[in-house]
Design a protein around this ligand. Structure first.
Ligand code: HEC
Length: 147
């Protein structure tokens, strides 16, 4: 957890230092239509319904990890890095805590995005990806854990 806090703090400092750079990045990404939902095939995953789960119902689930890998690469990799190895634009998600603690932080971020001082550092995915797709992504990220 200590290491995770440090990384988050580093990301915040990084965010301030490169605010201008990130604005350009999101404008450019927007021009390529990055808010267009990327279809995620969730067949084979247990449907979760409307109500948001607090913990990942697919943790360690092989099919979810497979679906999540593809969904991650389509929706998150351009900022968080291919195979969850960050190139420095956004935090390295391999350090997100495992289990419920990481689930909670993950859900808060993907459902709300990150907007500070009117700038979008990360878009929100609540309306874009289904709960199934988001927890599948979380299962994939957790399978890459490196804390
Ligand atoms: C446009 C770039 C961008 C995209 C696309 C993006 N993110 Fe992010 N994400 C960021 C940035 C930048 C931060 C750090 C925000 C901050 O300053 O706190 C972040 C933070 C996070 C965090 C919190 C990490 C931490 O250490 O606090 C999680 C979890 C996360 N993103 C998951 C995702 C997932 C899952 C996807 C795909 C569904 C995604 N992000 C897509 C840019 C992006």
């Amino acid at each position: 957890m200590t290491r995770f806090r440090k990384i988050t703090a580093a990301a915040a400092v990084f965010g301030l230092a490169t605010a201008a750079g990130l604005t350009v990045l999101s404008t450019v990404a927007g021009a390529h239509g990055d808010v267009t939902p990327q279809a995620v095939d969730i067949s084979g995953l247990e449907p979760l319904g409307e109500e948001w789960r607090e913990e990942n119902p697919y943790a360690g689930h092989a099919k979810a990890i497979e679906v999540g890998a593809s969904a991650y690469n389509q929706n998150c990799a351009r900022c968080h890095g291919l195979e969850v190895i960050s190139g420095g634009i956004a935090p390295d998600l391999r350090y997100l805590p495992q289990g419920p603690e990481g689930d909670e932080w993950f859900a808060m971020r993907v459902r709300n995005g990150v907007v500070r001082n009117g700038m979008t550092y990360m878009p929100d995915f609540d309306e874009v990806l289904s709960q199934e797709a988001l927890w599948a992504i979380r299962a994939y990220i957790e399978s890459r854990y490196d804390g």
